[in-house]
Design a protein around this ligand. Structure first.
Ligand SMILES: *Cc1c(COP(=O)(O)O)cnc(C)c1O
Length: 391
């Protein structure tokens, strides 16, 4: 039988056809009026997509490049910083801050859980220059309470830097109201295009901190990027085709709400939340255990396989039988969990397809007692409730 490849990984995510066409047509030079017009339009759209009045910069790098830029531009060697870490991406903040000579304090939560706000409050010291965290920890599919944490950080002088790489497009943020100084996104996540671009919003307070920070930076010099962006350019040769694709994707997201990008962004978040809730209901109905039951992200769902079974078998069976690509656990979680994504260009029927496939895999690969339709029916009830309540 025909098997269509379906990406269900939390980055890269499925590509939007309109963005693919825009990328294929983007043979323009980057020091021309044509490019400047496109770049300025995309930067303006990104501000609406991020939901801020702050500057938003676009870098030609994967998401980690913008994470590194926020460390190198905002800190000096010897600075004390606080990292909130609950998974592989939190650990990346620790590694980055140490690489740039920071003294790193860590508040951690076990894999699959989020932070205790009292522990965060107790750990925050007046010396902390920056607090780093994820909005959603993609390795465990946990959502963190950015609003609650921002409230605590606002009582201090520290800057707040949020890796929203899978949080943007799956979580509602009030960037300016909550006081998020830097919020980072990546192209291969909710904005439906291939890897290669990162973007970040930067507050006035963060710009001011860059005047005195001493860490070395060259390619990722945000002040240089800001100067160039004001002229519609980037400091170095940008990923022109990806920027064209990003513009088309943001047009598509706006088009979901009659051309209003802010409303389109809200609809995209709601879409991910309904698909995530439907997926959780379907998998629980099949007898699986959610890995992050108390604070599940809408970006992705992490599922534990029953004791004695290997999540790699599920990932492999979905790929060989249905060409459906999911993600195994990372690091110590490999073999214990698998992850499926909901961020970006996924619709409800993609969710139904995944759950239909999971019924076969649960029965044939894992030997669970499965009644066909049981996962799909649970998801259909979630969808119907969401539609009835106006989502
Ligand atoms: C994907 C992802 C990143 C960025 O990874 P890159 O491979 O550098 O794009 C960072 N943080 C989170 C939470 C992510 O999901």
């Amino acid at each position: 039988m025909i098997r269509k490849t379906r990406l269900f990984t939390p980055g890269p995510t499925p590509l939007l056809p309109a963005a693919q066409f825009a990328m294929a047509a983007a043979d323009i030079h980057h020091r021309t009026p044509e490019f400047r017009a496109m770049f300025q339009k995309v930067l303006a759209q990104l501000k609406v997509f991020v939901g801020t009045k702050n500057d938003v910069l676009l870098l030609s790098s994967s998401g980690t490049g913008a994470m590194e830029a926020s460390v190198s531009n905002l800190t000096s060697p010897g600075d004390r910083v606080l990292v909130l870490s609950a998974g592989k991406f939190g650990e990346r903040w620790v590694g980055l801050a140490k690489a740039f000579g920071c003294e790193v304090d860590v508040v951690s939560a076990p894999y699959g859980q989020t932070f205790d706000l009292e522990a965060v409050r107790a750990a925050l010291k007046p010396e902390h220059r920056v607090v780093f965290l994820q909005a959603t920890e993609t390795s465990t599919a946990v959502r963190h309470d950015v609003e609650g944490i921002a409230k605590l950080v606002r009582e201090t002088e520290a800057l707040l830097v949020v890796d929203g790489i899978t949080g943007l497009g799956t979580t509602h943020f009030d960037v300016d109201g909550w006081g998020i100084d830097v919020l980072i996104g990546g192209s291969q996540k909710a904005v439906m295009i291939p890897p290669g671009l990162s973007y970040l919003s930067v507050s006035d307070k963060a710009w001011a901190a860059m005047e005195t920070s001493k860490n070395p930076r060259y390619y990722f010099d945000l002040r240089k990027e800001r100067k160039n962006a004001a002229k519609g350019e980037s400091a170095y040769t940008p990923a022109v085709a990806l920027i064209a694709g990003l513009g088309a994707a943001l047009d598509y997201i706006a088009g979901q709400a009659g051309g209003d990008l802010e409303k389109g962004r809200i609809a995209l978040v709601d879409n991910a939340q309904v698909n995530a809730a439907a997926t959780r209901a379907g998998l629980v109905a099949l007898g699986f255990t959610l890995f992050a039951p108390t604070a599940p992200a809408a970006a992705a769902t992490a599922v534990a396989v029953p004791e004695g079974m290997n999540s790699g078998d599920v990932v492999k069976a979905l790929k060989t039988r249905f060409a459906l690509v999911t993600a195994n656990g990372q690091g110590e979680m490999q073999g214990k969990i698998f992850r499926v994504a909901h961020l970006g260009f996924f619709d409800y029927l993609d969710t139904v397809a995944l759950l239909g496939a999971m019924e076969h895999i649960a029965k044939d690969t894992l030997g669970l007692p499965v009644e066909y339709g049981q996962a799909v029916a649970a998801a259909q009830r979630v969808y119907a409730d969401a539609v009835n309540s106006g989502q």
